[in-house]
Design a binder for this molecule. Sequence first.
Ligand code: AMP
Length: 112
Amino acid sequence: MAETIFSKIIERAIPADIIYEDDLSLAFRDVNPQAPTHFLVIPKKPIEKLSDANEEDQALLGHLLLVANKVAAQEGLSDFRLNVNNGAGASQTVFHLHVHVLGGRPFSWPPG
Ligand code: AMP
């Protein structure tokens, strides 16, 4: 997989406001927040997008959701929204799988 801005964050080649890290994942604040709290949870494994994940990633994908949960609680969020953009047509701009976690304001449905 090509190097991305997120792989550079994992390698500490560029700075980020990292709020959680473990062996499998990293969470850091989005530089262009769309809510009072907006952070990204990423796997350290380079997966370009959700549709590239496969059976062997089952535990890792579950782990990302549990990390989202844990960091949301750490951030004081009870209600929050998760978002995964898969592919350019769904507004994915960084091709390293990431889960957006947004909170601190009301959210409408359906999303835009
Ligand atoms: P997506 O459009 O789903 O690919 O989301 C990519 C997200 O990464 C956007 O919300 C960007 O604001 C965010 N982003 C891009 N560069 C950085 C960075 N260096 N640090 C933190 N967030 C970033």
